[in-house]
Design a protein around this ligand. Structure first.
Ligand code: GUN
Ligand code: ZN
Length: 451
């Protein structure tokens, strides 16, 4: 238990409810990785966590004037983190019938083409960020489009709401529609400008974002690697080995490379803070290289099922010590809700005989995801000093949830049932830096704007 810090001039706000978070990876530390307080109090000052402990004890020690919000009967968990999502694809989510390469041509590229209109970009970005918050996601690593205005739009929307977000302009200059190509040098120039404008501004960070090796020339991959090297603090964000036809194309184009990951490595794109979405068709040498260089995998089960891409092997990634976080990959994925995404993750892993525990699932969308993004010094759990982004989950949000969670013997069973059955209705409120950012109103069942 951490006692609340001595009172200063800051705003003290405390939140009472059942509080659950990960102190470590449950795969490594077992139950010791989890802290659970049935009647807990999360104490925050100036938007940061300053204390967590049993409510009766901590309430008595709160400074006068501290504001206490009562969420008893609900579960307070750290803000959910989406390690891979495309904001421009909210308009074509749930499109029928194709696998990756045809799906890109038929649905994704036409939707992204519309982002040459800054007004459309701004409107979509605002909708997207509000949807994330409504679903309990407080941090995301986001693909924009090839258009610089799409990056300005998503960063502006996140900044206005005080949300932590990492994003980047898509680099694509090869084997894709002419009108969506940026040109190797022009694309890097635009990226550098956007990086200078947005990286490190408030809660925002930039990611160098080559779409995937399929749609970048060697010159562009080279320049992207150089840009990343020039700014070691920014993220690299791309796709890797999602679909068999994609992997075959890379094999034909880069016969000198041992594997698809090897292509990224040769161009300087495999490093600390590199995040690779999917990684379905990789081998143990790739996993060892990912771990050695500090690269991370975004596990996107909903998308992998929807696009028929394949089954992620979490145990193999874990055995090699690779950082893994969960991602929705909307519009390939069919939900922005990370709880629903984890439910799909459980089903995918069942097909490998790797049932995902409730603790490990929570980890993949909180502390594990924060570690995958190298943001665990700021977010991911309720250790003292962390930014107070959190979600209030309602285990009785629907009649079925209420009935099932009431019969749970302990918190592990309750959380598991909640994860498997939840959608946006289970997110009662989302807080950014201890302030409400989205609150579900009982009457309408719809969230009210928090600020
Ligand atoms: N690979 C390259 N681009 C994309 C994309 O937009 N979505 C998914 N799921 N995979 C990709
Ligand atoms: Zn993707």
């Amino acid at each position: 238990m951490t006692p609340p810090a001595a009172t200063g001039a800051g705003r003290v706000a405390a939140f009472r409810g059942s509080v659950l978070h990960c102190l470590d990876d449950p795969a490594a530390a077992g139950d010791a990785a989890i802290e659970y307080l049935d009647d807990g109090l999360l104490v925050c000052e100036d938007g940061h966590v300053t204390g967590l402990g049993p409510a009766p004890e901590l309430l008595a020690r709160l400074p006068g004037g501290a504001q206490v919000t009562d969420h008893r009967g609900k579960l307070i968990v750290p803000g959910l983190v989406d390690c891979h999502v495309h904001f421009p694809q909210v308009d074509m989510i749930a499109s029928y019938g194709e696998q990756l390469l045809e799906w890109l041509e038929k649905y994704a590229f036409p939707a992204e083409r519309r982002f040459d209109d800054p007004a459309h970009a701004a409107d979509t970005a605002a909708f997207f960020v509000d949807e994330l918050l409504r679903n309990g996601t407080t941090t995301a690593l986001v693909f924009a489009t090839v258009h610089p205005a799409s990056v300005d739009a998503i960063f502006s929307a996140a900044e206005r709401r005080g949300m932590r977000l990492v994003a980047g302009k898509v680099l694509m200059d090869h084997a894709c529609p002419e009108d969506l190509r940026d040109g190797a040098d022009a694309g890097i120039g635009e990226s550098r400008e956007l990086l200078r404008r947005w990286h490190g501004r408030g809660r925002l960070g930039y990611a160098v974002t080559p779409r995937f090796a399929v749609t970048s020339s060697e010159r562009q991959l080279q320049a992207a690697g150089q840009l990343a090297q020039e700014f070691p603090d920014v993220h690299v964000h791309t796709h890797l080995a999602e679909n068999r036809a994609e992997v075959e194309r890379i094999g034909e184009r880069f016969p000198e490379c041992r594997s698809y990951l090897d292509v990224y490595e040769r161009f300087g794109l495999l490093r600390r803070k590199s995040v690779f979405a999917h990684c379905l068709h990789i081998d143990d040498k790739d996993r060892a290289a990912l771990a050695r260089h500090g690269g991370a995998i975004a596990f996107c089960p909903s998308s992998n099922l929807f696009l028929g891409s394949g089954l992620f092997d979490l145990a193999a990634a874990e055995a090699h010590g690779v950082r893994v976080g969960a991602g929705s990959d909307v519009g390939g994925g069919t939900s922005l809700n990370m709880l629903a995404t984890l439910a799909d993750g459980y089903k995918v892993l069942q097909l490998h005989g790797q049932p995902l525990s409730a603790w490990r699932a929570l980890y993949l969308a909180t502390l594990g995801a924060a570690r995958a993004l190298y943001l665990d010094d700021r977010i991911g759990n309720f250790e003292s000093g962390r930014e107070a982004d959190f979600v209030v989950l309602d285990p009785a949000a629907t009649p079925l949830l209420a009935r099932r969670t009431a019969r749970a013997a302990d918190i592990a069973e309750r959380l598991f049932a909640l994860l498997m059955l939840a959608d946006d209705r289970a997110v009662a409120a989302t807080y950014l830096m201890a302030r409400p950012a989205s609150v579900r109103t009982a009457a309408a069942g719809a969230p009210a704007a928090g600020r």
